[in-house]
Design a protein around this ligand. Structure first.
Ligand SMILES: [Fe+2]
Ligand SMILES: [Fe+2]
Length: 311
């Protein structure tokens, strides 16, 4: 399986560079401008973004392709998502759908928990300038909905369960200690892993749906929307790190990748390899050009020396 594809404009452009405080503030400002432009007006009371609402209005009105592959069983799917049935021997498409859903079950819970612990900033709620984290959080709230729509394309009906207890405890701990700013180490790790994992899911979907181009096109549209957001969150987090956070991130990342391989990627060596190789050779060219072209990439990266790109 090729993970980099043909060389692109983005090959060799790092994902982050070491920045002085003034330059880091500029990255944060650029992110706010980018988000307001791409997602339209935020409403922090109703948890909406005007252009995201318009996207879903168009999506709901659109005729969806009829799933023409094998009939998928909703109760088996639910058992795979909750872990009541192991993924190891599941049909590859069911396994893909269950893994994608599991990620978003955890994410949806984490984002809601985060909002209870760190509500939107007073400035954002009173109509002032939102912070990058306010906007990131609002964007995340739509990801769950995107993945619910993906699952529906395959005739599966399903309501999101709570993630396993142990994961809830882990999320609570991470949230309490470090994830109250967009530049926290925990946010950086989550966004890097999220982007690499989404890359693996996107590659897998392309192979699994090769005989179902109409369904693939809609899946790809939904996955790309999430992917575009995650790439932007990743470049924001990594380029607003101070020196101490950079060191902490580098030290923590190998352990986080190991934990991921042993849990989420158990029985999915191909997916684990994409994530592992991605981090070992980390630059923007790893990600699909059509995604990068729409994602937030701080201007400082585009003008920096192309020197590979370990964060
Ligand atoms: Fe997300
Ligand atoms: Fe994110």
């Amino acid at each position: 399986m090729s993970i980099t594809g043909p060389r692109t404009l983005w090959d060799g452009i790092p994902v982050s560079v070491a920045l002085e405080p003034e330059a880091r503030r500029e990255v944060a400002d650029e992110f706010v401008e980018f988000s307001l432009d791409r997602f339209g007006s935020p409403d922090f009371e109703r948890h909406t973004l005007s252009k995201r609402e318009a996207f879903f209005d168009r999506y709901d009105a659109m005729a969806k392709p009829q799933w023409s592959g094998p009939l998928l069983d909703s109760s088996e799917f639910r058992a795979l998502v909750t872990g009541a049935k192991p993924l190891d021997h599941a049909d590859p498409l069911m396994s893909w759908l269950a893994r994608a859903t599991r990620t978003h079950v955890a994410e949806a819970w984490a984002v809601r928990h985060h909002l209870r612990t760190y509500p939107f900033s007073r400035a954002a709620v009173t109509g002032g300038r939102p912070s990058p984290l306010d906007l990131m959080t609002l964007q995340e709230l739509y990801h769950t909905r995107m993945f619910v729509e993906v699952v529906r394309l395959f005739g599966l009906e399903f309501s999101l369960p709570a993630p396993p207890r142990a994961l809830q405890v882990l999320i609570r701990l991470a949230s309490r200690t470090v994830s109250h700013t967009s530049s926290s180490i925990a946010t950086g790790i989550a966004e890097v892993i999220g982007s690499l994992a989404t890359n693996a899911l996107a590659h897998e979907a392309e192979e699994l749906l090769v005989d179902h181009p109409a369904t693939y096109e809609v899946v790809r549209t939904l996955v790309d929307e999430v992917f575009i957001d995650e790439i932007g969150h990743m470049t924001l987090a990594l380029n607003t790190f101070d020196r101490r956070q950079r060191v902490g991130f580098r030290l923590a990342m190998p352990g986080a990748l190991k934990a991921l391989a042993l849990t989420y990627y158990r029985g999915n060596r191909a997916g684990a390899a994409i994530v592992r190789r991605g981090y070992a050779d980390f630059h923007l060219g790893l990600f699909p050009p059509q995604v990068l072209a729409q994602a937030f990439v701080p201007s400082v990266l585009l003008h920096s020396p192309r020197d590979g790109g370990a964060p």
